[in-house]
Write a protein of this length. Structure first.
Length: 594
C-alpha cells in the first residue's frame, strides 16, 4: 500500500527518517557550524580530529578566539582571510569558496602551533524568509599534498621541464577529483530528495561519465608524449641511463595510475565496473601480482613476504581485476610502511561449515607501518580519503586505491575489512572471496616467452606532432619503415599511395574521426594485409567496443607502451594465418617516410 500525501500535498516518505545529526557527525569531511555572531554552535568528529580540539572546549566560543593566527608567523593571514570570507557570506547570503590557505592550529603544548594548509568553503543556511541563521564552514586538510609537492620539487630537479608538466597535471587531476567528489555528493542528495526524477539523474550520471572520460583523454595525451620520449631517451643510452630517466618513469607511471584509479573508482563505487569472469586459480593471480610489486618494494627499501597454499585456490572472477585488487593492497602497505619495514601477504582457504569464513578464500595483507585510529577503519574505503600522511613521502595518489579494492571484492561476492590497534601499531586488510567448486584449475599466470616480430611498413596518423615524431623514432629503432601523417585525409592519401602492414591511428583527429577513417580503410584493405590499431586516451569498454565495430583490430590506451605494442604485433605475426603476408603486387620498394 502506497503512503498517502502529507497535509501540504507532498508525498509522504515511508520508513524512519534519518538521524541528520548523526549523519553530520559521521561525515568524513570536517564541518563547523557558526551563528551570525561567528560563534561555534556545532562541529563534527572529523573537524575535531583535524584540529586536535575537544567539542565542549570550543562550543559557544567565537571562532577566532579558538583558532587565532600563529603569533610565531609574522606573515600569518588566516584570520584575516577567513574573516573576509565569512563577512562576505553574511552580507550576500551566498556561498564563498576560499583559495588554498595556510592556517596554523594550536597543538596544545606550550602555546606552539602546527603548520597546516586547508581548502575551505563557507555556505549560508537560510530560513524560510531568506534570513541567514547559520554558516557551514567546511574544510579539507591539504597539508600532506602541499608537503608532497615540496618534496617532489627537490627530487625532480634533474628533470625540471618534464616535472613541471607532471606537477601541473597532478594538481589539475587533484582539483578535478574534488569536483567529481562534490558532484557525487550532489547526485546522492538529489537521488534521496527527488525519487521521481530517475531520468534526470541518469542524464547527470551520463554527463559525469563523459566528463571523467574526457578528463582521462586530456590527461593521457601529454602522458603519452612523455612516456614515448622517456622510452626514446632510454634507447639512446641503454648502458648509462641518466638518473633523471628513472625519476621521469616513476612520475609518469604514478600519473597514469592516478588517471586509471579515477576511472576505476567511479565505476566501482557505482557498481558499473565490468568483470570478465572465468574460473581461475587465485593463488596464481596473487603470486603474479606480488612478483610485479617486488621492484617497487626493493626501490623503497621495504620487505615483502608472501605465504600461499601449495595447491590451487579456485574462484570465479576477473583475473585482471583481482590482480589489480591485490596490487592496490600491496601498494597501500608499501606506502604506509617505513623503510626497512615488512609487509606480509597471506592467502588461505577456510573449509568446513562451522566458521564464518568457511567456504571462502581469505587474502590478508599485514604491515608493521604507521597504523591508524580503529574508529576510522570503515572510512578508509571512502573516495579521496587517507588515514594519515604516508610513510613514503614520495608517494602521492588520490586516495582511490582502497575504494577500488572494496568495489572489486564486492563485485566478486566478497568483503573487505581493515583493522589497526592504533597509530604506530601497523595495519591489516582482510578480504574474503567465495571459493568455486573444487574442480581442477590450471595454475597459469607465468609470463609468456618473448616472440620476435618481423619489420613492418607502418602508417602513423597522429595530430600531436611531438608524439607522432617519437612514435616514428621508436618504431624505426625496431626496424620498421614508418610514414607519419597528422590528419585523417593525409592518412587516407598515404594509404592509397603505398601499401602498409600496420596503421596506428589516433581517434580525435582534426578533420576525420578515427572510427570513420577505420571504416574507409577496412573497406579497401583486408585484415590479412593491413592491421588497424586505435591509440586513444578514451579507453572505456564502450570506446573499445566502438573501435572494434568500426574496423579496428585492437584498441590501445594512451600513454602507449612500446612493450605492449610489440607483444601484440608478435602475437599477430605468430597466428595460424600469417601476417604480414608476402610483398603486395607491384610493391617494388619500401613506402616513403616523412
Amino acid at each position: 500500500m502506497t503512503p498517502g500525501p502529507n497535509q501540504d500535498g507532498t508525498a509522504r516518505r515511508s520508513g524512519t527518517a534519518p538521524d541528520y545529526h548523526a549523519l553530520f557527525d559521521a561525515a568524513p569531511s570536517p564541518y563547523l557550524v557558526l551563528d551570525p555572531e561567528l560563534r561555534i554552535v556545532e562541529v563534527n568528529r572529523a573537524y575535531l580530529a583535524a584540529t586536535h580540539t575537544e567539542r565542549q572546549a570550543i562550543l559557544g566560543r567565537p571562532v577566532f578566539e579558538v583558532f587565532p593566527d600563529n603569533p610565531g608567523n609574522p606573515a600569518a593571514d588566516g584570520v584575516r582571510n577567513l574573516a573576509h570570507s565569512l563577512r562576505t557570506v553574511l552580507a550576500t547570503g551566498r556561498p564563498d569558496t576560499m583559495a588554498l590557505q595556510r592556517y596554523d592550529i594550536p597543538d596544545g603544548t606550550d602555546g606552539a602551533f602546527e603548520e597546516r594548509y586547508w581548502s575551505p568553503v563557507n555556505s549560508p543556511v537560510l530560513d524560510g524568509d531568506g534570513r541567514l541563521t547559520h554558516i557551514v564552514h567546511r574544510v579539507e586538510d591539504v597539508t600532506e599534498f602541499v608537503r608532497l609537492r615540496r618534496a617532489g620539487q627537490r627530487e625532480r630537479r634533474a628533470a625540471a621541464a618534464q616535472q613541471e608538466r607532471a606537477e601541473r597535471m597532478e594538481s589539475e587531476l587533484f582539483a578535478r577529483s574534488r569536483e567529481v567528489q562534490e558532484a557525487n555528493q550532489r547526485l546522492r542528495q538529489a537521488n534521496e530528495a527527488l525519487t521521481t526524477a530517475g531520468v534526470a539523474l541518469r542524464e547527470q550520471q551520463e554527463a559525469k561519465d563523459r566528463f571523467i572520460a574526457t578528463l582521462s583523454h586530456e590527461l593521457r595525451n601529454p602522458l603519452a608524449a612523455l612516456r614515448a620520449a622517456g622510452e626514446l631517451l632510454a634507447l639512446d643510452a641503454p648502458d648509462a641511463a641518466h638518473p633523471a630517466l628513472a625519476v621521469l618513469e616513476r612520475q609518469i607511471t604514478h600519473m597514469a595510475r592516478m588517471t586509471d584509479d579515477l576511472l576505476d573508482a567511479t565505476r566501482a563505487l557505482t557498481g558499473r565496473l565490468h568483470l570478465a569472469s572465468e574460473r581461475l586459480d587465485l593463488c596464481s593471480v596473487v603470486t603474479t601480482a606480488a612478483e610485479d610489486m617486488l621492484s617497487e618494494y626493493a626501490r623503497t627499501r621495504r620487505r615483502l613476504l608472501v605465504v600461499v597454499p601449495s595447491g590451487p585456490v579456485p574462484v570465479e572472477g576477473d583475473r585482471v581485476r583481482l590482480a589489480q585488487m591485490t596490487a592496490n593492497l600491496l601498494s597501500n602497505g608499501c606506502k604506509y610502511t617505513r623503510p626497512n619495514g615488512t609487509v606480509e601477504l597471506e592467502l588461505e582457504t577456510v573449509a568446513g561449515s562451522g566458521a564464518a569464513e568457511a567456504g571462502h578464500a581469505v587474502l590478508t595483507v599485514r604491515d608493521d607501518g604507521i597504523g591508524f585510529d580503529p574508529a576510522t577503519a570503515d572510512a578508509l574505503f571512502g573516495a579521496f580519503v587517507r588515514a594519515a600522511p604516508a610513510a613514503d613521502t614520495t608517494s602521492g595518489g588520490l586516495g582511490l586505491g582502497l575504494p577500488i579494492v572494496r568495489g572489486i571484492a564486492e563485485l566478486h561476492g566478497g568483503t573487505v575489512r581493515a583493522h589497526s590497534d592504533g597509530p604506530g601499531s601497523g595495519a591489516h586488510f582482510r578480504i574474503r572471496l567465495p571459493l568455486a567448486s573444487p574442480a581442477p584449475v590450471p595454475r597459469s599466470g607465468a609470463p609468456a616467452a618473448a616472440v620476435s616480430r618481423p619489420p613492418l611498413r607502418v602508417l602513423v596518423i597522429e595530430d600531436n606532432a611531438d608524439l607522432a615524431a617519437t612514435y616514428r623514432t621508436l618504431l624505426e629503432r625496431c626496424g620498421d619503415h614508418v610514414t607519419v601523417c597528422h590528419t585523417g585525409r593525409e592518412g587516407l592519401a598515404a594509404a592509397h599511395a603505398a601499401p602498409f602492414d600496420l596503421v596506428l591511428s589516433d581517434l580525435a583527429l582534426p578533420d576525420i574521426h578515427g572510427h570513420d577513417l577505420a571504416g574507409r580503410l577496412r573497406a579497401e584493405f583486408p585484415a590479412d594485409r593491413t592491421r588497424l590499431i586505435a591509440v586513444s586516451g578514451f579507453s572505456r569498454r564502450a570506446d573499445r567496443d566502438r573501435s572494434a565495430g568500426s574496423g579496428f583490430d585492437a584498441h590501445l590506451a594512451k600513454p602507449l607502451s612500446l612493450t605492449v605494442l610489440n607483444r601484440l604485433l608478435a602475437r599477430w605475426a605468430g597466428d595460424a594465418s600469417p601476417w604480414p603476408q608476402a610483398p603486395w603486387p607491384g610493391d617494388a620498394s619500401d613506402p616513403p617516410t616523412r
